[in-house]
Design a protein around this ligand. Structure first.
Ligand SMILES: [Zn+2]
Length: 430
């Protein structure tokens, strides 16, 4: 069931059974028991703040005995936000994960290298791969039990065909492989693909990582609260699972929502029972296009994820996202050994730091002038580029004590005191 009937049913379920949503809708003067199309547009949005305020069970909409699993994510402030699932919710979710164009089968060996602790990410690939008949290696991430040396051994000795991880992991894996005298394009012949999520990925960084490993990347897009919302097709486009969710694009200027265009993504699940997802604001700025013309044949809409609204910056009256910088960087450095970038923006000036391998630094330096010219022509920014040795900023040895889960922050504004590039992973690189 999709469309009107499904939307009416899930909203009625939320209103009847979730104490938090019922009082929120009542406070807004909306009564979803008498349904009309116009009513949906008046339903207040659900935000990450609502998830925090409803903690621990204000959003629970089924009998506690029906809950099969409780996941939890934490925002930047570290406050917990729970995500409940019934057995049926899990079935629907894992089925959806298999929409990804990677096309898992019993011939695949899947290394799951995202965190198992509380988040949904590892569990969605673990369950979906098993459902497809593939072999699962539950490596996990950000644990002292899984240093990169061990993960690399698993990747090689068990002839892993598909790696499931954040994009940054593929860069770290490659750096570790090269340091061990291994060639990522030749010494892992079984590896055919990586399904990546957890970070926004620019087209150029995707191509860079594909070349680095001689594999195909299949991005997955979602969150712990919603699980997978979209994924890459065989033609390389990112599609939204529109047969399972109602997607709206919220125009920030007008406050109006529409099925296509650019703005903040808002999602409503047609199926979720334990914790209804109704008009949930993702906080991500996206562009959604009609899917009809994709070469893969799918009519699901295509999406480009630009990044978090909060991460935007303005140069010369234009809005830019960190991945716009990333796209220029990896476009100009295509074919180089692993490189990590970080930058600081001050007006129209960009201070770029490139962390190269010892053997790759000379090539990165050789391309610095071309990169500066591209930053100027494509972003309208003047840049100062420095090339630094491995370990300068992308460190792997400080994280075991980090209690909050975080992702590398590639770009910051001058004077902004944010955590930088160092990345929460295992406590040692060896
Ligand atoms: Zn497609």
């Amino acid at each position: 069931m999709t469309g009107h009937d499904a939307t009416a049913a899930i909203v009625a379920h939320a209103y009847r059974n979730s104490p938090y949503l019922r009082s929120k809708y009542r406070a807004a003067g909306v009564d979803p028991t008498s349904w009309s199309d116009e009513l949906f547009g008046r339903l207040p949005f659900t935000t990450k703040d609502d998830l925090r305020l409803a903690y621990p069970d204000g959003l629970l909409a089924v009998d506690p005995g029906e809950v099969a699993v409780i996941h939890e994510s934490s925002g930047t402030t570290g406050e917990p936000t729970p995500a409940y699932f019934t057995r049926g919710d899990i079935d629907e979710w894992l089925d959806r994960m298999l929409f990804n164009g990677v096309g898992l089968s019993e011939r695949d060996v899947v290394l799951v290298k995202t965190p198992y602790s509380m988040l949904t990410t590892a569990h969605q690939m673990h369950g979906a791969a098993q459902r497809a008949g593939a072999t699962v290696i539950p490596a996990g991430n950000r644990t002292e039990l899984m240093p990169y040396s061990r993960a690399l051994r698993l990747l090689r000795d068990y002839r892993v065909t598909v790696a499931y991880c954040m994009p940054v992991e593929l860069m770290l894996f490659a750096r570790r492989a090269l340091a061990a005298g291994l060639d990522p394009t030749k010494d892992f012949p079984a590896l055919r693909a990586a399904v990546v999520n957890g970070e926004v990925l620019s087209p150029a960084k995707k191509r860079f990582l594909e070349e680095l490993w001689s594999i195909t990347l299949f991005p997955d897009y979602g969150s712990t609260e919603t699980t997978t919302l979209g994924g890459a097709c065989t033609a390389g486009a990112l599609h939204l699972w529109s047969d399972r969710f109602l997607f709206e694009v919220l125009d920030e200027a007008t406050g109006r929502s529409s099925p296509y265009g650019s703005g903040e993504l808002v999602v409503t699940s047609y199926h979720r029972r334990a914790m209804p997802i109704v008009r949930y604001r993702m906080g991500d700025i996206v562009t959604v296009l009609d899917g009809a013309s994709c070469p893969c044949g799918s009519d699901r809409p295509r999406v480009t994820v630009h990044g978090r609204a909060a991460d935007r910056f303005t140069v010369g009256g234009r809005q830019l996202f960190p991945i716009d910088v990333e796209d220029v960087v990896y476009g100009e450095l295509f074919g180089c050994e692993p490189v990590f970038w970080s930058g600081e923006v001050d007006g129209d000036r960009l201070a770029l730091v490139l962390e190269a391998t010892d053997s790759g630094a000379a090539e990165v330096r050789r391309r610095a002038d071309g990169l500066a010219a591209a930053v100027d022509s494509r972003l309208g920014m003047r840049s100062a580029i420095s090339v630094v040795p491995p370990g300068t900023s992308m460190t792997l040895d400080r994280q075991a004590e980090q209690e909050a889960m975080f992702k590398p922050v590639y770009l910051r504004m001058r004077g902004q005191n944010r955590r930088g590039l160092d990345y929460s992973g295992p406590s040692q690189e060896n």
